[in-house]
Design a protein. Structure first.
Length: 258
């Protein structure tokens, strides 16, 4: 198991290395980056299985540290490292998709190895949960619409790494242009609910006149009640809350496409 530790405190790095050395039988290969930027450069090489991430680094602090790693490599499981006074922030990161968190003051070799193994195993289960129908028919094509560039890029990476063909658009007009010009089937529309110009419901209504067999998954960071009252959405629509973690997002996509 190849683990990238992104941590700036050399004492903590030494401590974690000692714990890994205690458990040689676990087969952990530990690499280290002392800044987020260096860690992201290492992740670009695509040879890491799990990220062990401190949220407080010289070049990034707080939940944005987690967000940057997820945007860069949405396919990798992340285990957070936190101090006793930052545990609440680590819990928030887990809610956003981190597999687990470890408190430095309570850490031992057994807890470390168990958390890393479980994170990797949960990730493998998610990857192997692809629908048999998808495997027989080849990759489904998904049309992704979101006016926020960063969120659209993250969603695109998650879907692409999940084995899907992704077409993306920044708004409703661009989406409908793609739907008219694309010659292959479009199996699923994934659209943000609240966007400038056409909202998600309007985009979907126009799209089904062009592609009547295309299914729809809505995304939103707003509560259900706000969506239904402000945009004319009806109860029973299928949607996923933002921010989402890769496992939740891919599971919802697979459920719809079955």
């Amino acid at each position: 198991m190849r683990v990238l530790l992104i941590e700036d405190n050399e004492d903590d790095v030494h401590f974690i290395r000692e714990m890994v050395a205690e458990r040689k039988s676990a087969g952990i290969e530990l690499e280290w980056a002392d800044q987020l930027g260096r860690g992201l450069m290492r992740l670009a090489e695509d040879k890491i299985d799990v990220v062990l991430l401190d949220l407080s680094l010289p070049d990034s602090h707080g939940l944005s540290t987690f967000d940057k790693v997820t945007a860069h490599r949405p396919d990798l499981p992340i285990v957070e490292l936190t101090g006793l006074d930052d545990e609440g922030m680590a819990v928030q990161a887990v809610r956003k998709g981190a597999q687990d968190y470890l408190v430095k003051g309570r850490l031992d070799s057994d807890r470390l190895v168990r958390a890393l193994r479980y994170a990797l195993e949960r990730h493998h289960r998610t990857e192997s949960a692809r629908s048999p129908a998808e495997d027989r028919q080849g990759p489904s094509t998904i049309l992704l619409v979101d006016d926020e560039d960063t969120l659209r890029e993250v969603a695109n990476k998650i879907l692409t790494r999940g084995g899907y063909t992704v077409l993306d658009a920044k708004d409703g007009n661009a989406c409908l242009k793609i739907a008219q010009e694309y010659t292959g089937p479009i199996h699923l529309l994934v659209t943000d609910m609240l966007m400038p110009g056409m909202n998600g419901r309007e985009v979907a209504d126009h799209l089904v006149t062009l592609r009547e067999r295309t299914k729809v998954l809505y995304m939103s960071g707003y509560p259900n009640e706000a969506i239904l009252s402000h945009c004319g959405f009806y109860p029973g629509i299928v949607f996923v809350h933002k921010p989402f973690n890769p496992e939740t997002f891919l599971r919802k996509v697979r459920e719809i496409l079955r």
